[in-house]
Design a protein around this ligand. Structure first.
Ligand SMILES: [Zn+2]
Length: 298
């Protein structure tokens, strides 16, 4: 019920987005509606919404922890994320200062994953239980999600969500949190992960995601099998992921073509994998600890 309400609201908000300011994305060259939400607002709002969401799920014991029994999935997710983030930082160097996080949400019926602005990620256990995703396919999902964040798509959707005062007050009501001040930004961040991406954004995230994955040593052919599996499972019932990631035209054909070009990159990365480095869920530097480098400033 709540999801339906959000989807209905999402489409009305998209229709009201004309008031938002546009700017050109330096990576894609595409004009995006991001003007109503600054980069730091998007990152801060997302971090707060993420923390709240994960704290609620943790109370319900729905977060898989890497130290627990049966947590091979959490450990694998950390490893895949770390390898992808190493490539994400090469693609967009300022993302090195993001506080990357990933959690595995124990919800076997939900096939979904997301990455908010600033690198706050989650993947649902339905990816394994329903989709039977392989490690390579999981890397494609995560690579695709990370690309949405790198390309400012999350901020774009937050801007859409914020584009009218009507939207902002409705957001507060629907998300069940207050709409005043900074809380409106949390609500926008929370709603942004339930808004559908445009087909254009999808094509961009597909193209960047498969590249990140290939450079991290994950088989580009798995991008095609991933979406085939999604379509099969999605046809049988409600599918969170497909509702927020509508298929761009010729997705399979484009991914096949890109995949063939990336084959040598993938084989080289697989033959000599880059040294492992931990990026996700790294604890904050304690007060009085090492000062952040000047490069990390804004
Ligand atoms: Zn997408």
């Amino acid at each position: 019920m709540k999801t339906k309400l959000r989807r209905g609201l999402a489409s009305s908000l998209l229709g009201l987005a004309v008031l938002a300011g546009c700017s050109t994305n330096p990576i894609t060259g595409r004009s995006q509606l991001v003007g109503l939400v600054s980069e730091s607002e998007a990152i801060q709002g997302s971090a707060q919404a993420y923390q709240q969401m994960m704290a609620d799920l943790d109370k319900k014991q729905k977060i898989e922890k890497s130290g627990d029994k049966d947590s091979a999935r959490a450990r694998k997710t950390h490893e895949i994320s770390d390898r992808l983030i190493a490539q994400a930082i090469k693609f967009r160097p300022d993302s090195a200062s993001w506080r990357w996080e990933v959690q595995v949400i124990n919800d076997p019926k939900t096939v979904n994953a997301f990455c908010m602005a600033g690198g706050k990620m989650a993947i649902y256990t339905g990816m394994w239980e329903q989709l039977k995703a392989t490690d390579d396919e999981l890397a494609q999902v995560m690579g695709h999600e990370i690309s949405h964040a790198l390309l400012d798509h999350t901020r774009e959707r937050m801007s859409v969500a914020r584009s009218t005062s009507l939207g902002v007050s409705l957001l507060g009501a629907v998300a069940g949190i207050g709409s005043a001040g900074g809380q409106a930004m949390d609500a926008a961040a929370q709603l942004a992960v339930t808004l559908p991406n445009s087909r254009e954004s999808e094509a961009e995230a597909d193209a960047v995601g498969i590249q990140l994955a290939a450079h991290a040593g994950y088989d580009p052919k798995s991008a095609v099998t991933l979406w085939e599996k999604m379509a099969k499972v999605g046809g049988g019932g409600p599918m969170e992921f497909l509702s927020t990631h509508p298929a761009p035209e010729n997705r399979a054909a484009k991914l096949k073509e890109l995949g063939a070009k990336l084959e040598p990159v993938y084989l080289a990365a697989k033959a000599s994998p880059p040294a492992a480095h931990r990026y996700v869920n790294v604890p904050a530097v304690p007060l009085g600890g090492v000062k952040p480098s000047p490069a990390a400033k804004n």
